[in-house]
Design a protein around this ligand. Structure first.
Ligand SMILES: [Zn+2]
Length: 249
């Protein structure tokens, strides 16, 4: 399973789609803008295994904010939303207020729709992400993807019931491993974050997301077979939440 993948952005997306459909039980294909979502949905069809969600990545908030209304209406048809969130790093900070407005609108819409599952980007902005989540009770389920903030923000997220998607690239760094050691084990799912996330120079593929189990086994000091079962169980619980959302609540 792969709970955060930009499958449409691999250079050979159609082949990756075909191979992922063969080899992976479930892929959450997150998109970066409402227009990209519309285009991707025409080329790569959603299936039992490939779930495609509308999103508006905080890195493109400046350019794509005009598409917010489109996103809000797309959200009505889908139980999952992503990629959304905030990015407080120096490169994207100039549009931070705009990012916040967009994320707030997404959360408010999620509340109005009875809850959504959100794949959330929180680079250098976890504190603000968590504050906004807290101020929108009933937003649904938050999956914090590639969480890189402090242990204290992580523990706050854990208390708030957030999930975490963790990939091979994340646990390649010492800080990533430290944070993974503190995560609630029953709310961790694998992700590739490909093609952006790379290990030894190569993009992580959707079918490689599950390989995070071997590193988690070392970090958590439990046998790899147990981690595999745990991740599978977590994954089916989360896909269940997505499936329930689809039938409308
Ligand atoms: Zn991403």
């Amino acid at each position: 399973m792969d709970f955060h993948c930009h499958l449409d952005l691999y250079p050979d997306a159609r082949n990756v789609y075909a191979e992922a459909s063969d080899r992976v039980e479930f892929v959450w294909l997150v998109t970066t803008s409402p227009r990209a979502f519309a285009a991707t949905s025409k080329v790569l069809l959603a299936s039992e295994k490939i779930f495609i969600s509308p999103g508006l990545h905080p890195e493109v908030a400046g350019k794509r904010s005009g598409e917010l209304e489109m996103l809000l209406s797309q959200m009505e048809q889908y139980s999952g939303v992503g990629e959304v969130g905030l990015d407080g790093s120096s490169r994207y900070k100039q549009h931070f207020e705009l990012q916040k407005n967009i994320f707030q609108s997404v959360l408010q819409k999620s509340v109005n729709l009875g809850g959504r599952v959100l794949s959330i980007h929180s680079r250098s902005a976890a504190k603000d992400v968590l504050c906004l989540l807290e101020s929108h009770p009933g937003y649904g389920t938050a999956v914090l993807h590639w969480f890189t903030d402090s242990p204290s923000q992580l523990s706050r997220a854990k208390e708030m019931g957030c999930w975490f998607s963790v990939g091979p690239a994340m646990v390649a760094s010492a800080n990533g491993r430290k944070l993974a050691s503190l995560m609630p084990r029953d709310r961790v799912v694998p992700e590739s974050d490909g093609p952006f996330a790379k290990v030894r120079g190569a993009s992580v593929m959707p079918w490689e997301a599950a390989s995070v189990a071997s590193t988690l086994s070392e970090i958590w000091s439990i046998p790899v077979e147990e981690v595999v079962l745990l991740l599978r169980d977590n994954g089916s619980r989360l896909t269940q939440v997505l499936a329930e959302g689809k039938s409308g609540r």
